[in-house]
Design a protein around this ligand. Structure first.
Ligand code: CDP
Ligand code: CDP
Length: 227
């Protein structure tokens, strides 16, 4: 049971989902799937090819022609689009500011969900995103809804940018996070929402290790219940 368990982690931007999901996957020897990276990759390619992000049909058609792979490597997870490593290119402000437009289209989401579900078959997996517990893995054994205050989330991103030597403005980050939360929570198709059976974890005053431990504790409890 533990080997094929699925863990869904959803929540708003910069709540700590990917950092924590990666560590939980490592501890359990599960695969980690970053679904946000898939929406980012499509957004990046659309910008390259000058496809309008408002054009659902054009984006869907672009996605159908796009080979998109998440590859686990020593350097962490690589995002490969048509054989090119775009792991860094999909994290720019240009992509971040527009990715929620790409993610609002029904046809795009349906195809992304189909691809995400294919990655899971018979494997232990930790998947993070916005609609994992509600749509992608509705039968996940463990569902986490990870939140933190906007101020805390902006501070975390700011710190991360400064450490990487990227330009960063705290007020602009707060604005971007608020705007993306708003778009993601209010879109018509599978909005960001806590699944009824998800456990909410407020990480505002928790460090990464504390959040990882909390989730491992929830996983342990769940697997003991099911034995
Ligand atoms: O890491 P960060 O919270 O900044 O974002 P992300 O997880 O990389 O996701 C980027 C964007 O993709 C989100 O703001 C959503 O618009 C979209 N997304 C989504 O709609 N559904 C998912 N399962 C994952 C991401
Ligand atoms: O994936 P998501 O957008 O939810 O967040 P993330 O990229 O994993 O985390 C955003 C930043 O917050 C990273 O720099 C993490 O190291 C940091 N973080 C933290 O300081 N404390 C936590 N409890 C969780 C994340």
């Amino acid at each position: 049971m533990m080997n094929t368990m699925t863990i869904a982690i959803d929540g708003p931007a910069a709540a700590g989902k990917s950092t924590v999901a990666k560590k939980v996957a490592e501890k359990l020897s599960f695969i980690y799937v970053d679904t946000g990276a898939m929406y980012r990759a499509l957004t990046w390619k659309a910008i390259q090819e000058k496809v309008s992000l408002e054009d659902e049909e054009a984006l869907f058609s672009l996605l159908s022609r796009t080979d998109l792979n998440l590859v686990q490597s020593d350097k962490g997870q690589l995002v490969i689009v048509d054989q090119n490593d775009v792991s860094e290119l999909i994290r720019t402000a240009e992509v971040t500011n527009q990715v929620s437009i790409t993610a609002k289209h029904r046809k795009v989401r349906e195809e992304m969900v189909r691809r995400q579900q294919e990655l899971v078959k018979d494997k232990g997996v930790v998947m993070d995103g916005r609609d994992i517990g509600t749509h992608v893995l509705p039968d996940a054994e463990v569902k986490i809804f990870m939140i933190a205050s906007v101020d805390e989330r902006a501070e975390r991103r700011h710190k991360e940018n400064v450490e990487k030597g990227f330009p960063s403005n705290l007020e602009e980050l707060k604005e971007e996070i608020r705007r993306r939360d708003e778009l993601d929570s209010n879109r018509a198709v599978s909005p960001l929402i806590k699944a009824d059976d998800a456990v909410e974890v407020d990480t505002t005053s928790m460090n990464i290790e504390e959040v990882v431990d909390r989730i491992l504790q929830i996983v342990k409890q769940k697997s003991e219940e099911e034995e």
